[in-house]
Design a protein around this ligand. Structure first.
Ligand SMILES: CC(C)(COP(=O)(O)OP(=O)(O)OC[C@H]1O[C@@H](n2cnc3c(N)ncnc32)[C@H](O)[C@@H]1OP(=O)(O)O)[C@@H](O)C(=O)NCCC(=O)NCCS
Length: 150
């Protein structure tokens, strides 16, 4: 992790902050209930500068398959390599026990797609009209990363 930044498990008291960061960066953000469910069922980490939350990552793993569910960096902290740090953390956390990683992303989300491609994800399919969008519905790109067998 970059100097001055740390990652810690997110907790129930972080739900409002997670939703606030999400509203800052996403046109159709997860709500507090979705974050609360993720805290119960998935692995959720808060990225902090000092004690100030500036991003998060949420993922889960079932057997040897892991899925990235959400990742965000506050807009004022984007473009500094923090998104890549978050993704590297996910890869490091699951690499000992997972062999296949998946994620879904809006087809128009070029910054995120570039981030994922830079870390070994490649497109393997689409879900038509999967997301709400400004113009109605938008497709999801399904991306996959195969980790080396251990
Ligand atoms: C996706 C996101 C997490 C990236 O975070 P970030 O801290 O800005 O990313 P980084 O600075 O670590 O950049 C890592 C890579 O992402 C890509 N990237 C980041 N911003 C980009 C942009 N504006 N345009 C194109 N590529 C971009 C690049 O490949 C970059 O690598 P490089 O610096 O070697 O070129 C951030 O843009 C974000 O929070 N977006 C809104 C939430 C979101 O869309 N989440 C994904 C849901 S599936």
């Amino acid at each position: 992790m970059r100097a001055g930044f740390k990652l810690r498990p997110a907790k129930v008291g972080d739900i409002a902050t997670l939703a606030k960061i999400e509203r800052d960066v996403s046109p159709f953000p997860w709500n507090e209930k979705q974050f609360a469910e993720s805290l119960q069922n998935h692995r959720s980490y808060m990225l902090c500068k000092g004690n100030r939350p500036v991003g998060f990552i949420i993922f889960h793993q079932v057997l040897d398959e892991a899925e990235l569910l959400n990742i965000a960096v506050k807009s004022s902290f984007q473009g500094e390599g923090l998104g890549a740090c978050l993704l590297d953390f996910f890869l490091a956390e699951v690499s000992a026990s997972a062999v296949t990683l998946f994620l879904e992303v809006r087809v128009s989300n070029f910054p995120a797609i570039a981030l994922y491609e830079g870390r070994g994800f490649h497109p393997v399919g689409e879900r038509k009209a999967y997301y709400h969008s400004e113009s109605g519905r938008e497709d999801a790109l399904i991306m996959r990363c195969d980790l080396p067998l251990h």
